[in-house]
Design a protein around this ligand. Structure first.
Ligand code: NAD
Length: 255
């Protein structure tokens, strides 16, 4: 489905990362990929990426560092000469903001969560657009959670950041649509990753989904990867600006 396509994936930290599930799905469908990583997880990411076909390459990139982001896109342009797919699977909030009541969120924690978890999509979309234009268009995919819309215990400022992220998806879709660049989000059910472990009571969220979600089970990263494959491929060529749920149907419930 993605033979001949070029993709850039942000957000692999380890084998449990949703970005890894997505990267595997895209690579197995024929895409040639590049992956970015935060410095401290470089070795893990390099080992994982070496298992994929078509010799993907890796680049260190912290989205808080504009120079690193610029270098990343310059290098991708040099290697690929364009870009078809961008995967943004990045989020962060300071620990105390996920432990204390939301009302106590500090200005600094609020700013950090919004910067890394929401603004970075705008930043990466802006850098991707010229590379995607060279290819006649592209697909940008980000990861979100139902905490954008409903209150989940201890999700706190991350819920506010996800609301900003989902709104950014719509504004970006409107800005970039004329260039045939599509922008969509996948809203996943709880998956036990590094980031998820920082949310207190996460096992309880998983258990609750297993008990009540229409499909009576949790979400796997590979399932999110398959949804991303659809959004990356031409099968979704007329789909932009949406939040697509991959959550065992949990979001339809009232109680
Ligand atoms: P993860 O910890 O594996 O991935 C988070 C990634 O964000 C890591 O690779 C980390 O290096 C990266 N990151 C954080 N700060 C960064 C920075 N300054 N610069 C560059 N990268 C940075 O966890 P995950 O659960 O795979 O999270 C991926 C995305 O999926 C996040 O947006 C998360 O909110 C979203 N999500 C997760 C779940 C879940 O239950 N795990 C559910 C829905 C949505």
């Amino acid at each position: 489905m993605l033979e001949g396509k070029l993709g850039l994936v942000f957000g692999v930290a380890n084998r449990r990362s949703i970005a890894w599930g997505i990267g595997q799905a895209l690579a197995n469908a024929g895409a040639r990929l590049a992956f970015t990583y935060q410095d401290r997880v470089g070795d893990t990411v390099n080992d994982l990426v070496a298992t994929l076909p078509k010799n993907p390459f890796t680049l260190a990139c912290d989205v808080l560092d504009d120079a690193q982001v610029d270098r990343t896109f310059e290098q991708v342009d040099r290697e690929f000469g364009g870009l078809d797919v961008l995967v943004h699977s990045i989020a962060f909030a300071p620990r105390e903001a996920l432990e204390n009541p939301f009302v106590e969120t500090s200005r600094e924690a609020f700013r950090t969560a919004m910067d890394i978890s929401a603004f970075s999509l705008v930043q990466l979309a802006r850098k991707s657009a010229p590379l995607m234009e060279k290819r006649g268009g592209g697909s940008i995919i980000t990861m979100t959670y139902l905490g954008s819309d409903r209150v989940f215990p201890k999700y706190n400022v991350m819920g506010v950041a996800k609301a900003a992220l989902e709104s950014s998806v719509r504004y970006l879709a409107s800005d970039l649509g004329a260039k045939n660049i599509r922008v969509n989000a996948i809203s996943a059910g709880p998956i036990r990753t590094l980031a998820a472990r920082s949310i207190q009571g996460f096992p309880k969220m998983e258990e609750h989904v297993r008990e009540v979600a229409p499909l009576r089970r949790n979400t796997e990263a590979g399932e999110v990867g398959d949804v991303a494959l659809f959004l990356a491929s031409d099968l979704s060529r007329n789909v932009t600006g949406i939040v697509l749920f991959c959550d065992s149907g949990y979001h339809v419930l009232g109680m």
